[in-house]
Design a binder for this molecule. Structure first.
Ligand code: C5P
Length: 209
């Protein structure tokens, strides 16, 4: 069973993907980490603006060596969205995402283009969203809780900029797949969002028999 979960930054999709994967005991891939890891490599080399360097970093990406904690910053999310707009980078990361999805029991993947490009035949597709203000509040609390020196205004501006870049790019833009179920978590806490997501997943699975 393949479950594809897409949505904008801080929509809650990552938390929901982890919880849904745990519920079904399926492996989970946070595909945003792949783009963040490519961006981190480019930043370390001082080559974020170099398209060929980012494509090479994507082609040589060692998933086992990714340290999620080192990639969580807002700056890394921003840099990730820069490299993610490049078709060559996306092409270099396609196979490893499809291989992950093709595991025997299935998998849960979350990102921006899982239901549209990576796994167009996924058994279940969710598009998780929330109002920009709400997403910025969540992200601000998370970053401030980790001691980051950020303001709410900066976080909101970052989210709006990333939404725009991710949605307007020509390569695999952030868009809801036609057959994805929409879940707006603006008014939902984690537990209520999980319950709503599980209701949609079981409904979809029921429809597929
Ligand atoms: O989900 P996360 O915030 O970690 O993603 C960082 C950036 O990586 C996103 O803003 C987006 O530009 C890019 N991304 C993508 N496709 C995915 C996952 C992430 O383009 N499947």
């Amino acid at each position: 069973m393949i479950i594809a979960i897409d949505g904008p930054a801080a929509s809650g999709k990552g938390t929901l993907a982890r919880r849904i994967a745990a519920h079904y005991a399926l492996p989970h891939l946070d595909t945003g980490l792949l783009y963040r890891a490519v961006a981190a490599r480019c930043l370390a080399l001082g080559l974020l603006d170099d398209v060929a360097a980012s494509e090479a970093a994507a082609a040589r990406l060692d998933v086992a060596a990714i340290d999620p904690e080192a990639l969580r910053s807002a700056a890394m999310g921003e840099a990730a969205s820069v490299v993610a707009a490049r078709p060559g980078v996306r092409a270099a990361l396609l196979d490893l995402q499809r291989r992950f999805a093709a595991q025997e029991r299935g998998a849960v993947l979350d990102g921006r283009d899982i239901g549209t490009v990576i796994c167009p035949d996924a058994d279940v597709k969710l598009f998780v969203t929330a109002a920009p203000q709400v997403r910025a509040e969540r992200r601000f609390k998370e970053l401030a809780g980790r001691g980051a020196a950020v303001t709410f205004a900066d976080v909101l501006a970052d989210i709006e900029k990333r939404d725009e870049r991710d949605s307007l790019r020509s390569a695999a833009p952030l868009v809801k797949a036609d057959d994805a179920a929409l879940l707006d978590t603006s008014a939902l806490g984690i537990e209520a969002a999980f319950d709503a997501a599980m209701a949609l997943v079981t409904q979809r699975l029921g429809q597929r028999g």
